[in-house]
Ligand binder design. Structure first.
Ligand SMILES: Nc1nc2c(ncn2[C@@H]2O[C@H](COP(=O)(O)OP(=O)(O)OP(=O)(O)O)[C@@H](O)[C@H]2O)c(=O)[nH]1
Length: 320
């Protein structure tokens, strides 16, 4: 059995305290100037792509949670996540930041997020003022895409923002003012599953985890939760069985499937040996571009199903 060298050289997952301290400071400075924080998470992994530190930094400030990449996520799971996050007190909207789908709904969410504060201000006789917000999220989650979508042609840039960076400006969008520089937070990679899910989604690159292991993680997950999509895309008759324990074992479970994919795609090494490693790159690329189909990589946390049923809302399943 051929095991790629990278699998046995799995690197430890790094956490960057220096970067985080700086990012935290910058975001804290900027947050002091906004009414509502717009937190971006990836709809395919809303928990793993959120940074828990943001809650701590943002404190009681109203949060608008934007789930990006709804075009790639499983629609049923997206509904469940929306419901779950709303129950946690966030205002939630799902968007495709590339096409702009769902983006208009954000304006209502922002207004709603500051409604109480504005009512108090009105009572004190203060003049209505625009809602100020900033976009915060992990790298690659869609911050620039969303800002560009929102800014569009109508955007006007106004005034420098002291204390953050010289270049930072507000983008005026009707009653909303959006900071044109997003806040970047690193994902919290302190658990193996979080790291693998982020790698499957493309949020972290192969310097942290190697491609064959990430692909193995994905295949075991997808064989369990989205078998029809895998079968339809790759014409597979047999799917890998089993759950993740470690990279080596997982690779051994998925290697025959990847060899089959390699054979079908003509990915052969010298002597006609199917190149499972190359197939793992292909599969991962196709996951990340949505070619295999719409998938969500983590389930909304288990809620009491009876409660969900009583409220006639979608229930949740065990991720397993
Ligand atoms: N399919 C899809 N792709 C998206 C969406 N949002 C962003 N992307 C793509 O994801 C990639 C990263 O998007 P960016 O907007 O650059 O992400 P970012 O958070 O600004 O990234 P950093 O600058 O690294 O912090 C780009 O190729 C986008 O086109 C989305 O909602 N759907």
């Amino acid at each position: 059995m051929h095991v790629p060298a990278e699998v046995s050289r799995m690197q430890p997952i790094h956490w960057f305290p220096g970067h985080m301290a700086k990012a935290k400071r910058q975001i804290q400075e900027a947050l002091a100037l906004v009414d509502v924080v717009t937190e971006l998470v990836d709809a395919r992994l809303p928990q793993a792509s959120a940074n828990p530190m943001l809650r701590q930094i943002a404190g009681q400030k109203p949060r608008a949670v934007v789930m990006t990449r709804i075009d790639l996520a499983d629609p049923l799971q997206t509904r469940r996540w929306e419901w779950f996050l709303q129950r946690q007190g966030a205002k939630v909207v799902g968007v495709d930041a590339r096409s702009g789908e769902g983006v208009r709904a954000l304006f209502a969410v922002w207004e709603e997020a500051v409604a109480e504060k504005r009512a108090r201000e009105r009572q004190r006789g203060l003049r209505p003022r625009p809602v100020r917000t900033m976009v915060v999220g992990i790298p690659n989650v869609g911050k620039s895409s969303l800002i560009n979508r929102l800014a569009g042609r109508a955007a006007t840039k106004t005034g420098d923002l002291p204390g953050v960076t010289k270049a930072a400006q507000w983008i005026r969008l009707g009653h909303v003012e959006l900071l044109d520089t997003p806040g970047v937070l690193w994902p919290k990679l302190d658990d193996e599953h979080t790291a693998y899910k982020l790698a499957v989604s493309g949020a972290i690159k192969s310097e942290v985890l190697d491609i064959p292991s990430v692909c193995a993680y994905f295949l075991l997950f997808a064989a369990r939760h989205y078998p029809q999509l895998l079968q339809a895309r790759y014409g597979l008759t047999e799917l890998p069985q089993g759950t993740w324990t470690d990279a080596q074992t997982a690779w051994e479970m998925v290697e025959p499937v990847l060899q089959e994919i390699a054979r079908r795609r003509g990915m052969l090494r010298q002597g006609g040996v199917p190149d499972a490693e190359r197939a793992s790159e292909l599969v991962l690329r196709e996951v990340q571009t949505g070619r295999i189909g719409r998938m969500t990589f983590e389930w909304a946390p288990q809620e009491r199903l009876d409660e969900a049923a009583r409220k006639d809302e979608p229930g949740t399943e065990d991720e397993g």
